[in-house]
Write a new protein. Structure first.
Length: 119
């Protein structure tokens, strides 16, 4: 099982980016999916999470600017980021709670994708 993230890049403040993360492999079911971020010198923090039933929860500082969504048929989670601020600059990591076809539970992580917001 692996998660492949994409969509990071460089953007000016006020701009938008969309991150995607697709899960592949021996997957039976994916429960919660989420996005975390880690800025240089800081700890990794939760940005947004979405349940299989599409209930969402956001870090307070991104609520109203970021939108998390998922496509269960494609095993993919998205993060639409708007009104970006320099303080949003970080490596963004996707996460998924996966039940494999062998009925193991995995807490899977994608590789980080860098988002850089200039002032």
């Amino acid at each position: 099982v692996q998660l492949q993230a994409s969509g990071g890049g460089f953007v000016q403040a006020g701009g938008s980016l969309r991150l995607s993360c697709a899960a592949s492999g021996s997957i039976s079911r994916i429960n919660d999916m989420g996005w975390y971020r880690q800025a240089p010198g800081k700890e990794r923090e939760l940005v947004a999470v979405i349940t299989r039933g599409s209930r969402t929860n956001y870090k307070a500082s991104v609520e109203g600017r970021f939108t998390i969504s998922r496509d269960n048929a494609k095993n993919t989670v998205y993060l639409q980021m708007s009104s970006l601020k320099p303080e949003d600059t970080a490596f963004y990591y996707c996460n998924a709670r996966i039940i494999t076809t062998e009925l193991s539970t995995l807490n899977a992580w994608g590789q980080g994708t860098l988002v850089t917001v200039s002032s």
